[in-house]
Design a protein around this ligand. Structure first.
Ligand code: ADP
Ligand code: MG
Length: 573
């Protein structure tokens, strides 16, 4: 879906294919290694609480440009701060979600909790954010890499690169949101100026996409030139264990294949420790030695290793801190507030709540689960995420943030604004107004450029390319505002072996694309941030023909980055 015949290919970390006997042997060994190191999941087809399958994985690490990886890591604390500020901006959240909550019941339910908590005042002012910013390399971006500039010398390369920089620096408008820049002119002038900006913004977006299509048609490509954010997760950001575990498997495989000399190109990944230490820092802030950390879980946790390892890490590293796992239904049954609004489960006081469920409608079987969520929100416990953080992670908020004038509301440093502005690809409102209706028309005209997203998490909810017109036409004008439209990102391909439970032995070489997730931890209240750090990463890789790559959903595979310094020098040995 996100690739075509012209899609460039990143060079591999080692020469493939492997000889068949070597491949068979190392794959069998790696499968066992994966299970025995907890790179595993419960089977959906043959579920048993007593057994695990290895999680699908890519045999050798997929290449990723070092420069872009380093950039993503360095940017994460800025993104953390951005999201923290967004979460604490009541006016922005309210304005941005105003149309969406009229038609999206799930977001409206979350927003109602937010509204009620606002009305009574926050019992707990500190929030724990454990975020994951997901991104893909963009091979079709107008900001050309040096390689394409060389390849396309004499063509439109240099000119276009300049134009792209100009576009980024200049245009843009906050559609449907309240900006901070105080205008000096009359209301009418402001409105006219706003309209003009919106028009320019749309033209710029359209121009950019046209250039991109031309380039793809002429076959002039870099393997990458930058990366673009797919989404930012503020709830249940998974793979804190499976991210590092993927590196462990692939490090073993590379060593078995005689490439131990290459291991230094696999970056350290301390995601599990970074995230769990975040929970413990929040527990410290709560400052009650007997209080526990509560994980909110689904009725059945298929992705069990990615939760139990968090629990075990905390228990082993901080044996004085107890961890409980409860569903929303159980919290409704057993939970109550104490005299100081502390959350009590039986006689146990909860210091920190870590939501690994509660992000999709299916987790709320009845009003009981919504009541449990509200109970927790009104309690003294520190939530990950608190309701405002959850709302800040909606796709609608991401779309609003991508309008260039908007970032200035949350970030002071112009360099940081520029850096964050660059990570957004085109994101368009579908609200029932002039801009939203223009996006709607654009989607009908050129659906192959886009992905259509509702306010949902967890994969499998988006509509891609040619399916978009039918989906949009089935909606009323107002229903469209529950969705956003986004430019498709075109990541470069990698080639490798994907190993799945029950899959071919030996596995075949397939074309794949990867999505990198960078974890961040941020703790603070509306006035102060007390902790803010980047906390490791994860890489998920899917077949290039698949729209989505959820590992738990069976479409993606565990992977980890092999950092390369240039996409055009061949170092394969
Ligand atoms: P969810 O909250 O369900 O994870 P995402 O926005 O992450 O929603 O989309 C799910 C998947 O769809 C991503 O992991 C990615 O594989 C694919 N995807 C989403 N947005 C884009 C995009 N703009 N370009 C290409 N692929 C995308
Ligand atoms: Mg996602």
């Amino acid at each position: 879906m996100s690739s075509d015949a012209n899609t460039p290919v990143l060079r591999n970390c080692i020469r493939l294919p492997l000889a068949e006997d070597e491949l068979l042997e190392v794959t069998a060994k790696a499968k066992d290694y994966a299970i025995m190191h907890g790179a595993a999941m419960r089977s959906k087809t043959a579920f048993s609480p007593d057994s695990l399958n290895f999680a699908p994985f890519v045999l050798v690490p997929s290449s990723f440009p070092r420069k872009e990886f380093d950039k993503a890591v360095a940017l994460q604390p800025i993104i953390n701060r951005l999201m923290h500020n967004v979460a604490h901006d009541e006016e922005f959240i309210t304005t941005t979600l105003a149309e969406t909550i009229k038609v999206d019941e799930f977001t409206a339910n979350l927003f109602n909790i937010y509204r009620k908590v606002l009305a009574h005042g926050f019992t707990q002012k500190t929030s724990l954010g454990m975020l994951r910013s997901d991104l893909m390399l963009e091979s079709g971006c107008p900001e050309l890499s040096p390689r394409v500039l060389r390849t396309a010398a004499g063509a439109d390369g240099g000119q276009d690169a300049g134009a792209a920089v100009g576009q980024r620096a200049g245009a843009g408008v906050g559609v449907g949101v309240v900006g901070t820049a105080a205008g000096t002119g009359s209301k009418q002038e402001e409105q006219q100026e706003q309209k003009q900006k919106e028009k320019e913004h749309r033209e710029v977006q359209l121009g950019r996409a046209t250039k991109e299509r031309e380039r793809r048609a002429t076959g002039v490509h870099s393997a990458y030139c930058c990366w673009k954010q797919v989404e930012i997760n503020t709830i249940a950001s998974g793979f804190g264990h499976l991210g590092p575990a993927s590196k462990t498997i692939q490090r073993f495989v590379l060593s078995e294949l005689g490439h131990a000399d290459k291991l230094h190109n696999m970056p350290d990944n301390n995601a599990l420790a970074g995230l769990c230490d975040g929970m413990v820092k929040a527990w410290d802030i709560y400052a009650k030695p007997q209080a526990v950390i509560l994980f909110i879980i689904e009725d059945v946790s298929y992705n069990i290793c990615d939760q139990r390892f968090h629990e075990f890490y905390i228990r082993e590293t901080y044996p004085h801190i107890k961890v409980l796992r409860r569903t929303l239904t159980e919290v409704h049954r057993d939970g109550k507030l104490g005299q100081s609004k502390e959350l009590l489960l039986g006689s146990q006081e909860v210091a920190v709540i870590y939501f690994r469920a509660g992000y999709e409608p299916g987790h709320y079987h009845s009003q009981a689960e919504w009541d449990a969520r509200y109970l927790m929100e009104t309690s003294l416990a520190i939530k990950c995420p608190s309701i405002h953080y959850h709302l800040a992670g909606t796709k609608k908020v991401q779309q609003a943030l991508a309008q260039p004038a908007v970032l200035e509301r949350f970030i002071n440093d112009p360099e940081e604004i520029k850096a964050v502005g660059k990570i957004f690809t085109g994101l368009y409102s579908l609200d029932d107004n002039e801009a939203g209706n223009a996006s709607y028309e654009m989607a009908l005209r050129t659906p192959e450029r886009f992905v259509l997203k509702p306010q949902r998490e967890g994969g499998g909810n988006n509509v891609y390319g040619v399916d978009i017109p039918d989906a949009l036409k089935r909606m009323s004008r107002v229903e469209r505002s529950a969705w956003i439209l986004m430019d498709l990102i075109h990541p470069p391909l990698t080639k490798g072996y994907m190993v799945r439970p029950g899959g071919d032995m030996p596995p075949q070489i397939v074309d794949m694309v990867s999505e990198l997730g960078i974890f961040g931890v941020v703790i603070g209240d509306a006035e102060h941030i007390v902790h803010n750090y980047q906390a490791g990463h994860m890489l998920r890789t899917k077949l290039s023909t698949a729209n989505e790559g959820g590992v738990a959903a069976g479409l993606g595979a565990l992977d980890s980055p092999y950092l390369i310094d240039s996409d055009d020098e061949d170092e394969q040995k």
